[in-house]
Design a protein around this ligand. Structure first.
Ligand code: CO
Length: 209
């Protein structure tokens, strides 16, 4: 039964494998050297820190090819200074790849941001989302003044991005990069699911403050 199970498993997701083959063929049809060139080097200029939400596909939104964008995604696009996963990505991007720009990209209508403040208990994710509750608490005056709940949550999405930009900019890897004269800017964006456009929050930091 188990071997039968394995055989069956090998045929699963065939529709995705077929799409993958068609995609690779399309790429080569347009540009014969596409994969050869990509395999040779990874030198993206940008690090994208975004939400895991399936509606916010990093490369697609900024229309970049594989090899052009280094990507880290998690629930609610957080940059927690104690998270080894995020820190490893950040250090590799800054010290080894030497990206020139880091974009923290939130999105309006983020389920993670909403879940952080709806008062329901979900388990481990409540701990993960804790930094958002801190932002909501610190900015409660501004948030409470927004009557419409959807608009209030959208503002919290923006405030969360601003906080994460501060986290990234104050990280020792980034501070050390600036100290050695490396060119590096940290940006805060919020993506709109409604029209596919990115809203630059104009909180860009390009050096120690
Ligand atoms: Co989200």
């Amino acid at each position: 039964m188990r071997r039968g199970g394995w055989r069956y498993a090998a045929r699963m997701l065939d529709h995705l494998k077929a799409r993958n083959r068609a995609w690779a063929q399309r790429k080569v049809a347009v540009d014969a050297g596409f994969f050869r060139r990509l395999a040779a080097q990874q030198a993206p200029e940008y690090l994208w820190i975004g939400c895991s939400d399936s509606r916010v596909p990093a490369n697609e939104i900024v229309d970049l090819d594989p090899g052009e964008l280094f990507v880290h995604r998690n629930v609610a696009n957080l940059a927690p200074p104690q998270d080894a996963n995020y820190l490893s990505v950040l250090q590799f991007a800054v010290d080894v790849i030497k990206v020139k720009h880091i974009m923290v990209v939130g999105h309006y209508g983020c389920g993670g941001v909403a879940a952080a403040v709806d008062g329901q208990r979900r388990g481990l994710v409540d701990h993960w989302l804790h930094p958002i509750r801190e932002v909501a608490h610190e900015c409660r005056g501004e948030l409470d003044a927004i009557a419409d709940q959807r608009k209030r949550l959208d503002r919290l999405c923006e405030l969360n991005v601003m906080r994460q930009v501060r986290n990234v900019a104050s990280d020792v890897f980034v501070q050390d990069a600036w100290a050695r004269g490396q060119t590096l800017c940290v940006h805060g964006w919020v993506y709109s699911l409604a029209d596919g456009l990115v809203n630059d929050l104009n909180v860009t930091v390009c050096g120690p403050e």
